[in-house]
Design a protein. Structure first.
Ligand code: C2O
Ligand code: CU
Length: 463
């Protein structure tokens, strides 16, 4: 029998009240907890500014951290109290296609006032996140995103603290409010909507007191629309232990860390700064470096640093098959400002760049600016797939595949770390490979949200 805690008692009271009310049909004994997207106020800017009107999950920015054990079941009733239709996409976690949250592909967008029940099992431990997938260039710029943390079955590495740090950038007005202009084609054709205000977990002054030689797991998530973060630790030394949720075979010494939109890094760091000093996480921008997180060192946790951590236990991702036997596809990325593209297919006909921009598209995949009717590739379940992606544009892009993690295949055939989002430089060609083991229709798009809305989106089918 479950002990009666204060919490279960409180729930019982709520149920009793509801039963006594007028809508008995709305009472379900095992109802999933709600995750409600709604407007709220949040102090994003310094206290001398008014609060910012944001869109948040459960009224918070970022949304609540959802934590569950590996193999556990996540159930949430998404309640849409926003004036726009929406969905929730559970980024990077390999789940049932029907729960992937892509409007028009895996579900209908949830209209204002409506709900949708998400219910799935999480196979992999690690750092994931959730965000809307409808008008995400606006809805995420207004604040909608949150962390999804799946805890290792073995309890994970020994650390003194485990912190989730969601890095975001915002475009704020002089009054500290979210600037409009979400459909600004100049942004869309360039680097995307880059903000003028950076926060960690919704605050410009994320801060902790730590002890010298204490060890911390920091789960970094880039939730920005389009900003690429280049990070360095000062007064902290350690290792990268996972990328995009997936453990590295061996911890890599932490140096400069580049996080494209949607990418994650789990780092394990020891505080090496002296007592009385501060340690920092620094973000390098064009005009210098800024501390986006600070740690003041109060005392010594132990007399010296701990040893190198063991690698995290691997997740059950299938091994790549023989690359010679893999199904192959090519993806050419074109368009944008300063590119060579003169036009692309839209609505079944060829359109010039100017007309395309008038219709809200400025990029193309394989010559198509619309979401294509046919998948880029159809794979049989269990088959290995290789996709050669060429970035023939003047901009970097962050290519994200849904439902699967892939490895980048180097020219000599060696496979890189498992990732779900790949940062590609201008002019760069990259080959990715993965086992198509998850049936359904899966997006492949640029996670710079103005780019995907502007034409950088396609999909794959696994049958
Ligand atoms: Cu983070 Cu298509 O998504
Ligand atoms: Cu892009």
């Amino acid at each position: 029998m479950k002990p009666v805690t204060r919490r279960t008692f409180g729930r019982g009271m709520v149920a009793a009240l509801a039963l006594g009310g007028l809508r008995p049909t709305s009472v379900h004994a095992q109802a999933a907890p709600d995750l409600t997207a709604r407007e709220s106020l949040h102090q994003l800017a310094p206290a001398t500014y008014p609060q910012t009107q944001v869109w948040g999950y459960d009224g918070t920015v970022p949304g609540p951290v959802i934590r569950l054990p590996q193999g556990g079941r996540l159930t949430r009733r998404f309640v849409n109290e926003l004036p726009q239709a929406g969905t929730i996409h559970w980024h990077g976690i390999r789940i049932d296609n029907a729960m992937d949250g892509v409007p028009g592909l895996t579900q209908d967008a949830v209209a204002p006032g409506e709900t949708f029940q998400y219910d799935f099992t999480v196979p992999d431990a690690g750092t994931y996140w959730y965000h809307p997938h409808n008008r995400s260039y606006e809805q995420m710029a207004r604040g909608l995103s949150g962390a999804l943390i799946v805890e290792e079955a073995d309890g994970g590495p020994e650390v003194d603290s485990d912190e989730v740090l969601l890095l975001d950038d915002w475009r704020l007005t002089e009054e500290g409010q979210i600037a409009g202009g979400f459909g600004n084609m100049h942004d869309w054709a360039h680097a995307g909507r880059i903000g003028n205000w950076i926060t960690v977990n919704g605050t410009p002054e994320w801060h902790r007191s730590v002890q010298q030689h204490s060890r911390h797991r920091l789960r970094l998530v880039n939730t920005a629309n389009a900003r690429i973060f280049t990070l360095e630790a000062q007064g902290l030394a350690g290792w990268v232990v996972a990328l995009d949720g997936m453990p590295l075979d061996a911890p890599q010494p932490l140096g400069r860390l580049v996080l494209a939109p949607a990418q994650r890094a789990d780092i394990i760091v020891d505080v090496t700064a002296d007592i009385g000093e501060e340690a920092f996480l620094v973000s390098f921008e064009r005009d210098g470096g800024y501390a986006i997180a600070s740690f003041d060192v109060t005392a010594a946790a132990r007399s010296e640093r701990l040893g190198t951590p063991a690698p995290l236990a691997p997740n059950p991702v299938p091994q790549l098959g023989r690359l010679e036997d893999a199904r192959t596809a090519k993806l050419l990325m074109e368009g944008g400002a300063m590119g060579r593209m003169s036009g692309a297919m839209m609505g079944g006909r060829m359109m010039g760049m100017r007309d395309m921009a008038g219709a809200g598209k400025v990029w193309a995949f394989n010559g198509m600016a619309d979401m294509p009717e046919q998948p880029l590739v159809t794979a049989e379940r269990g088959e290995s797939v290789r996709i050669e992606i060429t970035n023939d544009t003047a901009w970097p892009h962050a290519m994200h595949l849904h439902g699967h993690h892939f490895r980048r295949i180097a020219a000599d055939g060696t496979a890189g770390a498992l990732r779900d989002t790949l940062l590609m430089d201008r002019g760069e060609t990259a080959e990715i490979a993965f086992v198509a083991d998850n049936p359904g229709d899966w997006l492949l798009h640029c996670h710079m949200l103005e780019h995907s809305a502007g034409g950088m989106m396609t999909w794959l089918r696994v049958v």
